[in-house]
Design a binder for this molecule. Structure first.
Ligand code: ADP
Ligand code: MG
Length: 268
């Protein structure tokens, strides 16, 4: 089996502007010439300023969208649409408001027609994300952090090989965020699933990742990929962590100089 599970080759994505035919001159070029191999089992983060194409890239990997040019492959096969092999966690507010926590988590099983077979899994995943006792709660009755844990459990119950996470902690306070980050690490260590996390939080990327992809501002290109050579269990205040943070911020600045010159102070 190949070392890489996802391969992205020469991908371009241009969005048409309203009432305009799609062409590169009039459209919004969101991604340009993206080439990336994601290793099997790795935790990969994609960082870049708002609007640089992170969500666009993740949606393409998820099969929720298609590129104008280039190919996206999983295990050597072209990605043609959504697939339970790739779990997707949206930025926020993706739960079905009319379903309880347990029914939100079971939704994927029902959609695949395997609910009866895997019914017992629901409580296992509720427990895994620490939501025992909230099975019958509705989304409006739980906190934002709990809702994101439901979204993660909902993606994991289908046993995906790759988990795609689009800033799942973006709207959360720092304590809740740290709690979910640790949960993700625990799941990654136990299951060795490939995880691809989109974030604009440099600390989060360093805390979680094996590698960090730094993107330039729009049109999003890959500026560089940084290997995180820190011990498996990381200390956010250790010298090595802070050194790497400084180094990545420097690289981030040079990535922004390569793009349209967005004020990077907003992302520190
Ligand atoms: N459906 C769409 N139609 C037109 N433009 C879009 C659409 N989705 C995203 N864009 C534009 O593409 C660029 C990249 O967006 P996005 O991938 O959401 O960036 P990020 O997730 O990094 O903030 C932005 O300029 C955004 O305005
Ligand atoms: Mg986004």
């Amino acid at each position: 089996m190949s070392d890489s599970i996802i391969e992205i080759r020469n991908v371009n994505r241009v969005y048409a502007l309203e009432d305009h035919p799609l062409d590169e001159a009039s459209g919004v070029q969101a991604l340009r010439d993206i080439n990336l191999k994601v290793k099997r089992g790795e935790f990969l983060s994609i960082i870049g300023p708002s609007g640089c194409g992170k969500t666009t890239l993740l949606r393409l990997i998820g099969g929720l969208d298609e590129p104008q040019a280039g190919d996206l492959l999983m295990d050597g096969e072209k990605i043609k649409g959504p697939d339970p092999k790739r779990g997707y966690v949206f930025q926020q507010g993706s739960l079905f408001p009319w379903l309880t926590v347990e029914n939100n988590i079971a939704a994927g099983l029902r959609a695949r027609g395997v609910y009866r077979q895997y019914k017992a899994q629901v409580s296992k995943f509720i427990h895994m994300v620490g939501l025992d006792g909230f099975e019958k709660s509705y989304p409006h009755q739980i906190s934002g952090g709990m809702a994101q844990r439901v979204a993660i459990a909902r993606a994991l119950i289908n046993d995906p090989e790759v988990l795609l996470l689009d800033e799942p902690m973006g709207a959360l306070d720092s304590f809740t965020r740290a709690d979910i980050q640790d949960k993700l690490l625990e799941i990654h260590r136990e299951d060795h699933k490939t995880m691809i996390l989109v974030t604009h939080d440099v600390d989060e990327a360093i805390y979680l990742s094996d590698r960090i992809v730094i993107m330039t501002p729009r049109p999003g290109k890959i500026h560089e990929i940084v290997n995180v050579r820190l011990p498996e269990r990381r200390e956010r205040t250790s010298n090595d962590f802070l050194e790497l943070r400084k180094d990545i911020m420097k690289r981030f600045h040079s990535a922004s100089a390569e793009g349209s010159g967005v004020d990077m102070a907003a992302y520190i």
